[in-house]
Design a protein around this ligand. Structure first.
Ligand code: SAH
Ligand code: SF4
Length: 363
């Protein structure tokens, strides 16, 4: 494979049609190609049997259907699966499959690293940052489908990979355009065909992009809240200095794609002695008043050098009960894939550590 051939993965339908015009083909051919790439999962033009040989030859000459490489694939004893995904420039990101009984969610990355510096998050300590391209985002999903043999696109209801959460590395709303292009490809009914109701985008609170995400994409929204007071949230999630709680909650109140059946998830990482008091839980109930909300309590996942500890199990349980008594769903997230370190930012950092260690030994 050479990258002198343009990659067709990640092009919107309009862009794909424009490419065909460039090689003197009618734009309607884009529909056929789209079906082969995103419904059938075929990457070799020669296997696209409904496309005549002359066009296949022209496609061969200028294009490729390229996915990122899998650097490493690991499956945990609890069936969580994780891929270290390697991009053409050598950068890496991670994608995780989180299984439930007969279905599961793919947790995808939107950036290499993250420009934000949330103090409890390991991704925030990584120096290198760049946005992932639409091809690299869609590519993560395609690799996961390869791994579960889910081509051609199975009927809704009959798929292992039934949901997407944009909760891997990076802040998706800082890479809005590319994330939007990728999700539109994934939601297109004639290809991968995953409904917007099965996609959740998690943000640390990039307020100016939230409304657009609801009107243009209509996906479910998750907010990394983690604190009920501005002074504490400014420390944990520093973007709060720019977009404080009242602005963030107003954006949630008016989020176009939410209603009682599609609630906004408020993620809350449980940090011992920091944000886990009963008063915090009661304050949380007041904050979300008027918003169709549910909670997701995340036990803190420690990493080497982190200054926080996870709250005690009984504290998390009490916190959850207060929210439940307030009338909200508030499950405690079960840590998954611990044996393969399938948590935000952790696989990538482990592979970096392994790469660095020989150098550390010589000097
Ligand atoms: N940047 C986006 C999405 C990626 S982070 C965001 O911040 O929402 C996905 C979720 O994992 C966020 O709620 C984040 O706060 C949480 N998270 C990050 N590091 C964590 C850790 N060490 N333990 C538990 N949750 C963590
Ligand atoms: Fe970035 Fe999200 Fe981690 Fe904050 S929690 S540093 S926004 S990935």
């Amino acid at each position: 494979m050479t990258d002198t051939h343009k990659n067709l993965v990640g092009l919107s339908r309009e862009q794909l049609a424009a490419e065909l015009t460039l090689i003197d083909e009618k734009p309607f051919r884009a529909k056929q190609l789209w079906h082969w790439i995103y419904h059938q999962g075929v990457t070799d033009f020669d296997l696209m049997t409904s496309i005549g040989k002359p066009l296949r030859e022209k496609l061969h000459a200028a294009y490729e259907v390229r996915k990122p490489e899998v650097g490493l694939e690991q499956t945990s004893s609890d069936r969580t699966r994780k891929w270290l995904v390697k991009f053409e420039d050598g950068n890496e990101a991670e994608t995780v499959y989180i299984p439930e009984d007969d279905r599961g969610a793919i947790c995808m990355s939107s950036q290499v690293g993250c420009t934000l510096t949330c103090t409890f998050c390991h991704t925030g300590t990584q120096r290198l940052v760049r946005n992932l391209t639409p091809a690299e985002i869609v590519g993560q999903f395609m690799l996961a489908r390869d791994s579960y043999n889910e081509w051609p696109t199975p009927q809704d209801g009959g798929r292992m990979i039934s949901n997407i959460v944009m909760m891997g590395m990076g802040e998706p709303l800082f890479n809005y355009e590319n994330v939007a292009t990728a999700l539109k490809i994934i939601m297109d009914g004639e290809g991968i065909a995953l409904s917007k109701r099965r996609i959740t985008l998690s943000t640390s609170g990039v307020v100016p992009e939230i409304e657009r995400c609801g009107t243009e994409l209509g996906v479910n929204l998750a907010i990394s809240l983690h604190a009920v007071r501005d002074d504490l949230r400014e420390v944990l999630v520093p973007i709060n200095k720019k977009y404080p709680l009242h602005e963030l909650l107003n954006a949630c109140r008016t989020y176009p794609a939410s209603n009682n059946a599609r609630r906004i998830t408020f993620e809350y990482v449980m940090l011992d002695g920091i944000n886990d008091s009963e008063t915090d839980a009661r304050e949380l109930l007041k904050l979300v008043k008027g918003i169709p909300a549910k909670f997701n309590l995340i036990p803190f996942n420690p990493w080497p050098g982190s200054n926080y500890h996870c709250s005690k199990p009984e504290t998390i349980k009490r916190f959850s009960e207060i929210l439940l008594d307030g009338g909200y769903s508030a499950p405690i997230r079960v840590p998954r894939g611990r044996d393969i370190m399938a948590a935000c930012g952790q696989l990538k950092s482990e592979s970096e550590r392994l790469k660095k260690s020989p150098r550390a030994a010589v000097g």
